[in-house]
Design a protein. Structure first.
Length: 202
């Protein structure tokens, strides 16, 4: 669900304002189109991004984490909020691409949840492919096999952005803002356990 069209998204998509949906949410009626078991929310992160910090314009963007959290709590459903480092999440868990075999990106993202979550072990960060000749390891890495910097002015090809993140359907610009599906799958496994516990008590 997003307020902007996402034509490359390969799964079911609803172009709607998530805040409007959450603010009018009522417990589901069996068979109703919004028969929801859990919610994963990713409020816009520009306010807390490194770019906003460098530019000093974070206040130009809304802080939606508090309002989203309040609405999620009112649903009574299990929920997750994802955002960037520096965002005001409560007791978040951090995930990084180094934690997941097959990913080739160092992308730290925070996750706050209404249920207990844990992160995999966090390995040391490897060297990352670079076009910057000032870096000591310039020319020593192959971007087709090494970790790459997905953002940062076209540090790698779009094909390598997709491969590094595990998002073959995305454009380069979309990959710049995305989280690897492996992160969501990791959180989702723990969410499923929480849902099973929730319904076993009914």
């Amino acid at each position: 669900m997003d307020i902007k069209a996402q034509p490359n998204y390969p799964f079911a998509f609803h172009r709607m304002d998530a805040l409007d949906v959450l603010s009018t949410y009522v417990p589901p009626i069996p068979g109703h189109r919004w028969e929801i078991a859990a919610i994963h929310a990713s409020p816009p992160c520009q306010r807390f991004s490194d770019l906003a910090k460098r530019n000093g314009n974070g206040a130009d963007w809304p802080d939606l984490i508090g309002p989203v959290r309040e609405l999620l709590q009112q649903t009574g459903l299990p929920w997750v909020i994802e955002n960037v480092e520096g965002a005001p999440l409560r007791d978040p868990v951090m995930l990084c691409g180094t934690m997941f075999p097959g990913l080739r990106v160092i992308r730290h993202r925070l996750f706050e949840a209404s249920f207990p979550i844990e992160a995999p072990p966090h390995p040391a960060h490897p060297l990352v492919f670079t076009h910057d000749k000032r870096k000591a390891h310039y020319g020593q890495l192959d971007q087709d096999t090494a970790f790459v910097q997905v953002t940062g002015g076209g540090n790698c090809t779009v094909a390598n952005k997709r491969a590094a993140m595990g998002v073959e359907w995305m454009t380069g610009a979309e990959a710049n803002e995305a989280i690897p599906p492996a992160y969501t799958e990791w959180i989702g496994g723990q969410l499923l356990s929480a849902i099973q516990v929730r319904y076993s008590k009914r």
